[in-house]
Design a protein around this ligand. Structure first.
Ligand SMILES: Nc1ncnc2c1ncn2[C@@H]1O[C@H](COP(=O)(O)OP(=O)(O)OP(=O)(O)O)[C@@H](O)[C@H]1O
Ligand SMILES: [Mg+2]
Length: 246
């Protein structure tokens, strides 16, 4: 059964077509991966599904748990159980880690959020009073962001390059967390350039030039990482104003 269905999604930014007739289904409780080259449209896709304001010039349908959500606000989508961890985690000047985590947390309880920080390998005593700003390193902010998503306990989690800027030990922790999420029935969508991350997924999509060009098991998609892509469907010249096909 699918938790997310995307039907004929087209998206333009400043008039330029970024996503093109995209169709996909994300099955409930499964771990999925989306891979593809830089600029393929992976982050744009996740941003459109989450409903970020710059990504609202769309046609097509996005259904979450069978309900059309493409005209809903981010908050309405989040309330329905959807979450997104950005490729570049946000900074919030002066906002304490404690308050950031409690704001979105399912349980408004300090021990609960401290446990999520510890699971990401952050000493909660040292970090709860820190600010979510430039005083945290990029990797620390990424860990705080992942801890905040775990505290939200959503039904579907989209993680955009969860491994970028993350050290080896933390990557293992992320893999453990993905296994725990799967066990409790949470749907996970991993956007990644890492074969190790792709291998955590039961099902994968290969995206190129704003389209899904292949889908199937992780094993089926792995040859992309060995530079054995499927024959490229982008031989023809693009329409004027559309994305370039170098
Ligand atoms: N806010 C924006 N304004 C203008 N162009 C944008 C914007 N966001 C994305 N794009 C363009 O859309 C295309 C897809 O970008 P996107 O960030 O979705 O790629 P990606 O697959 O996530 O790449 P990467 O692997 O580098 O993260 C790129 O050509 C990018 O320049
Ligand atoms: Mg991206």
């Amino acid at each position: 059964m699918s938790i997310l269905e995307v039907k004929n999604l087209n998206l333009r930014i400043n008039g330029k077509k970024i996503l093109s007739n995209l169709n996909l289904e994300i099955n409930k409780g499964q771990v999925h991966a989306i891979v593809g080259p830089n600029g393929a449209g992976k982050s744009t896709f996740a941003s459109a599904v989450m409903g970020l304001t710059e990504y609202r010039d769309i046609s097509g349908k996005i259904l979450f748990k069978g309900e059309e959500i493409q005209n809903m606000t981010i908050d309405a989508r989040a309330q329905r159980g959807m979450s997104f961890a950005w490729q570049e985690p946000a900074r919030y000047e002066g906002l304490k880690v404690r308050d950031f985590l409690l704001a979105g947390s399912r349980q408004k309880d300090e021990d609960y959020i401290a446990d999520k920080l510890e699971k990401m390998g952050l000493d909660s005593q040292a970090y709860l009073q820190r600010a979510v700003d430039e005083t945290l390193s990029g990797g620390e902010r990424k860990k705080v962001e992942l801890a905040s998503i775990m505290a939200m306990d959503p039904e579907m989690i989209m993680l955009d390059e969860p491994d970028s800027g993350i050290d080896v030990g933390t990557l293992e922790k992320i893999f453990e967390i993905i296994k725990d999420l799967k066990q409790k029935g949470t749907t996970v969508v991993l956007i990644t350039h890492s074969i190790a991350v792709l291998k955590q997924a039961e099902h994968a999509f290969l995206m190129c030039h704003g389209e899904i060009i292949d889908r199937g098991s992780a094993e089926k998609i792995i040859p992309y990482f060995e530079e054995k892509c499927i024959p490229c469907p982008h031989k023809n010249l693009p329409e004027e104003g559309d994305i370039s096909h170098e």
